[in-house]
Write a protein that binds this ligand. Structure first.
Ligand code: F0G
Length: 357
């Protein structure tokens, strides 16, 4: 059977009716990849899986929420949609709006979004406005505009976004046959950790899973308001997707961590880049820097020994890390982190010399 997209696949769990016009790019059904090489190379005493959301149609997990948000906007007769974004939300909003024949307006922090994401918003025909401020400031502006004009806000404060995004937790349980012991993910505006927790709880209530995972959220150290317990006026990190100082779902993220006996912690840019390179080199998965905060969190915590289980335990801890976005969105960043290719004349001897053959 062809995958029908998340709304049809999980219709019974979502706020849709026969009247909802489903706007889909056949998002979801992303691979859950066992990361044995990473565990072996880094001596991680765990059973680790990577949920690779980069294979969604616009290259990030945002498509799960956007299919529902745009379908419901269409159902309600919206005239246009608007969002603030560090890049992925705007890429997704632009793509789904194009399909839904809705104008999309997006506000992005000037110079602080990866070029691939900017390209997506532009090519899909969104009206792109760069603001000389950060994401938090852009979010305040779009909220005000959505209040004054008949334009639907499609940031994750739109309740349909998180409803759609919770389907990633369903997929993981369906793919593994149970929930993991721990779920790690990057935290920016804090919507996704909230959505996953809701998804796991929905499945638990329906007795599709017997155990709930501990939710482990990771912010970048320079943009870690939840960890610090106060807003960060000038958030700063190489992980531009999560460069956020005042997350919209702040309280909900804390609730997810507390209810699940998990934590919200931070990792440094160096730790993020280390994980980013290891995921690509050892597992063949190219994610964007922000995504690697999840694996950076696993590596950091594993050093404390908390995942070491006693000899009598029947199995190692099962963990899932969400790789939230595709690495190609920020190709310049990857190129800048690698040894540059050698240039030679188009002649066999010169090529062989460089290859050491
Ligand atoms: N990873 C990536 C690749 C993201 O784009 C985002 C958020 C996150 C993680 C964090 O998820 O906000 O639900 O905690 N990007 C938003 C955007 C803010 O505008 O694209 P969150």
């Amino acid at each position: 059977m062809n995958w029908p997209g998340i709304i049809e696949a999980y219709r019974a769990f979502l706020p849709v009716t026969e009247k909802t016009p489903v706007v889909t790019l056949f998002e979801g059904n992303t691979p859950l990849v066992r990361a044995s090489r990473l565990c072996e190379a880094l001596s991680l005493p765990i059973d680790l899986y990577l949920k690779y959301e980069g294979t969604n149609p616009t290259g990030s997990f945002k498509d799960r929420g956007m299919t529902l948000a745009i379908s419901k906007a269409k159902e309600a007769g919206a005239q246009a949609v608007i969002c603030a974004s560090t890049g992925n939300t705007s890429a997704s909003a632009a793509a789904f709006s194009a399909r839904a024949e809705l104008p999309a307006y997006v506000l992005i922090p000037e110079g602080k979004i990866a070029v691939g994401k900017l390209a997506q918003a532009m090519i899909h025909g969104a009206t792109v406005v760069q603001v000389t401020g950060n994401f938090d400031e852009a979010l305040v502006l779009v909220k005000e505009i959505a209040q004054k004009y008949p334009i639907t806000l499609v940031n994750s404060i739109n309740p349909y976004r998180l409803e759609g995004q919770k389907t990633a937790a369903f997929e993981i349980c369906d793919q593994l046959g149970h929930a993991p012991d721990y779920h790690f993910l990057p935290v920016g505006n804090a919507g996704n950790i909230t959505a996953y927790w809701r998804g796991y709880k929905d499945y638990h209530k329906l007795e599709k899973i017997s155990l709930l995972p501990k939710m482990m959220g990771f912010q970048a150290a320079g943009a870690a308001p939840i960890v610090l317990g106060h807003k960060v006026e000038k958030p700063d990190t190489i992980a531009t997707a999560i460069r956020i100082g005042n997350p919209a779902s702040w309280k909900e993220a804390i609730t997810a961590a507390q209810e699940s006996q998990g934590k919200i912690l931070s990792v440094t840019d160096e730790e993020i880049i280390y994980a980013y390179r290891k995921i690509a080199a050892l597992e063949g998965l190219f994610c964007e820097p922000a995504s690697a905060a999840s694996v950076a969190g696993v590596i950091k915590l594993s050093k404390t020994g908390i995942f070491d289980v006693g000899a009598r335990s029947p199995r190692p801890m099962r963990m899932v890390c969400t790789l939230t976005g595709h690495g190609l969105k920020d190709a310049d960043f990857a190129v800048g982190k690698c040894k540059q290719p050698v240039t030679v004349k188009a002649n066999i001897n010169d090529v062989l010399k460089v290859l050491g053959l």
